[in-house]
Design a protein. Structure first.
Length: 364
């Protein structure tokens, strides 16, 4: 039986480069060698594309932060990196399907997906539109609001406006949202650049900090006494939702340090929820997935108010962390789908979606 040739793209230009290495290592380790021929395609931090002669090493969570010097490309890789990306993908590699395992800008935001669309290559996960909307928290909230989905009150702050008139922005945010609030760069993942502000001094510092990472900042009203619930979605036109899980951070909220540095954070899969709560979460996860026209996979994050039981949709991650101990894979395992089986499903969904696109007319 002919093996399916899977190009796994990983690394990338974003600040989540090391997280991508860890996710990709797990994919390579779990692709069934009897079914697939895995081809490593690495994007360096400076944007160079390479064809390494080995897959990235499996790393523990703590090693992700120390991975600056891990798995450096060989001299052969550097030579291959000079080849244009489109030539590498189309004529140089001859792939059956591509599996982008890229987190953050320049990989999860529709840029690589656009390249793959131009190359007419099947690929795992969301298309250009869903990837772009899923990356931009401000645009995502606009879509959720238009669909009538439950979200927290928020304000969008542009860096240009902030630099021109901090006082006006501070007044607008405080008067509309009050305190506390969460301040986030609109286009980053892995909790990079996120702060919680309990008063105006912290708000000024938080917006200034977030503006170092993005030209657009999202400020959200905090949900009092919130539980952080997540749900995994899998599918194309008829998506399914997993058993929900809960993140229990060691800090006040699940920031970058709590995710990758502090070993006190833990997860609970499945989450301790009533049957009705779990059902509502799964239904809203699918609604969010469909709202941004997602495909393949997504992890949908929620905030559940302990006191009132009100459920708020937070965001959709179109390429969630993808190690064997990441929440996305753990939630599916708790739902009866092992990591290797999950890879099989995602690759099949990619090929199915691509085949459907080929039936569309491209001219009159």
């Amino acid at each position: 039986m002919k093996k399916t040739r899977v190009g796994v793209i990983y690394g990338g230009r974003s600040g989540e480069h090391e997280v991508s290495l860890a996710s990709a290592a797990a994919v390579f380790q779990n692709l069934d060698p009897d079914k697939y021929e895995a081809v490593p395609i690495r994007i360096e931090k400076d944007g160079r594309w390479a064809l390494p002669d080995r897959a990235p090493k499996v790393m523990k969570a703590a090693d992700v932060i120390q991975a600056k010097q891990v798995d450096e490309p060989s001299a052969k890789d550097i030579q291959l990196a000079a080849r244009p990306a489109t030539q590498t993908l189309i004529s140089g590699v001859d792939l059956d399907v591509v599996f982008p395992v890229l987190h953050g800008p320049y990989g999860e935001d529709g840029t690589v997906q656009g390249l793959l669309e131009l190359a007419n290559v099947p690929y795992v996960g969301a298309g250009v539109l869903a990837s772009a909307v899923g990356m931009d928290k401000a645009a995502m909230k606009l879509v959720f609001a238009a669909k009538g989905l439950s979200i927290c009150d928020y304000e969008v702050v542009l860096k240009h406006d902030w630099q021109r008139d901090e006082h006006a922005i501070m007044h607008r945010v405080a008067s509309r949202l009050g305190f506390p609030v969460f301040v986030k760069p609109a286009n980053l993942g892995s909790s990079v650049g996120i702060s919680k502000a309990k008063h105006s001094v912290e708000l000024r510092a938080a917006i200034t900090f977030a503006a170092q990472f993005d030209r657009k900042i999202v400020v959200e009203a905090a949900v009092p006494n919130a539980r952080e619930i997540e749900c995994a979605v899998l599918g194309n036109d008829e998506p399914e939702a997993s058993a929900p899980g809960e993140v229990i951070p060691s800090r006040e909220f699940y920031d970058y340090e709590a995710k990758y540095l502090d070993e006190g954070s833990r997860t609970e899969v499945p989450a301790k929820l009533s049957e009705q709560q779990a059902s509502d979460i799964r239904a809203l996860a699918i609604d969010a997935f469909k709202a941004i026209d997602c495909a393949g996979m997504a992890r949908v994050d929620f905030l559940l108010a302990r006191d009132t039981g009100v459920l708020y949709l937070n965001e959709v991650n179109t390429i969630p962390g993808f190690t064997t101990i990441s929440m996305y894979s753990k939630m599916w395992e708790a739902s009866g789908l092992s990591y290797p089986q999950l890879l099989d499903r995602l690759i099949a969904l990619a090929i199915e979606r691509h085949a459907a696109k080929q039936q569309l007319r491209t001219s009159m």
